[in-house]
Design a protein around this ligand. Structure first.
Ligand code: 0X9
Ligand code: ZN
Length: 294
């Protein structure tokens, strides 16, 4: 079981992933997506009942480096799915607790509010790309190197994004649900980020998102707001959720924006971790149950 009374470093989380796989060889296996720019392992977990032809669901956390409240949610999902065979009968679960390990590590050592990757930009002293603008769906080159939302020199210029994108595209046959866990704002966002035009299955996206928000509210009283990304937040191009949905890898795709706290919203006290994972897990469960049934 992961620690929920303090934030874990990338090394601690990676070690926890390996220990979990080693301790549960019958249901857990290592999800190895290769290396980050600086050579850190993109390691997640696959949880499965081992049956062939299962549907699957995906969760990634902390593609934005400073959003430390996200990895505990991924770790909590792993704990829950390990403990309940019925959840593994619903689907295979792919969970990547730290999607941007270089940035996450840099946020520990140097800059608590770092957002981007750590790959240098040729011709600039400003480092990094916004990984959630780097996916190869309606990727847009607009933005300067120093911007917090710099989209990168090309779609999938960031190995972290390419690894996730490649996995999602290669597993389109089985995937039904993609969730990127971010902070903050208490939103459940659905595609697209580039338009407020309703997508074809918008009613299903809202119904599933609302099932999740209701389950969260039942625990917490916090009301996550279910919104189109563009109208609920702002316009974006090249985000991971829009990629998964836009290439038709999944019919259900979301970004969870968790509860914020501390300076600027991105530094919730560690005392909030347990509260957030306790309230978000029932939402995740309800979302997976809904999307697998519909
Ligand atoms: O801007 C983002 O990437 C996300 N918000 S955050 O504060 N965590 O940076 C929202 C992304 C929502 N999804 C799309 N716009 N497609
Ligand atoms: Zn984010």
């Amino acid at each position: 079981v992961a620690a929920y009374d303090r934030y874990m470093t990338f090394e601690e989380i990676d070690a926890h992933v390996h220990e979990t796989v080693a301790a549960n060889p019958d249901v857990a296996s290592l999800l190895d997506l290769g290396l980050s720019y600086e050579g850190r392992e993109l390691h997640g977990i696959k949880l499965s009942n081992g049956a062939a032809g299962q549907k699957s669901v995906w969760f990634d956390c902390a593609i934005h480096a400073r959003e430390w409240i996200a990895p505990p949610v991924c770790l909590r999902i792993i704990d829950e799915v390990l403990a309940d065979p019925a959840l593994r009968d619903l689907a295979d679960w792919y969970i990547l607790p730290v999607a941007n390990p270089d940035g996450y590590s840099y946020a520990w050592t140097d800059d608590r509010f770092w957002r981007k990757t750590r790959r240098p930009n040729e011709g600039s002293s400003c480092i990094g790309t916004d990984p959630n603008r780097n996916f190869d769906f309606l990727w847009d080159s607009v933005g300067d190197f120093c911007s917090e939302v710099y989209p990168g020199s090309s779609a999938f210029s960031e190995p972290e994004c390419g690894a996730i994108g490649n996995f999602v595209a290669s597993n389109a046959d089985s995937l039904v649900l993609y969730v990127a866990v971010h902070s903050y704002g208490e939103y459940i966002l659905y595609p697209f980020g580039h338009t407020v035009e309703p997508v074809p299955n918008v009613d299903d996206l809202i119904a599933a998102g609302t099932a999740a928000a209701d389950a969260i509210e039942a625990v917490a009283g916090a009301r996550y707001s279910v919104e189109n990304s563009a109208s609920g937040l702002y316009f974006t191009y090249g985000a991971s959720d829009d990629y998964a949905y836009g290439i038709n890898a999944v019919s259900y795709s979301y970004t969870f924006e968790l509860t914020g706290g501390g300076s600027g919203g991105f530094n919730p006290p560690a005392s909030l971790i347990q509260i957030v994972v306790d309230e978000v897990w029932p939402g995740v469960k309800a979302l997976v149950e809904y999307t697998l049934a519909n």
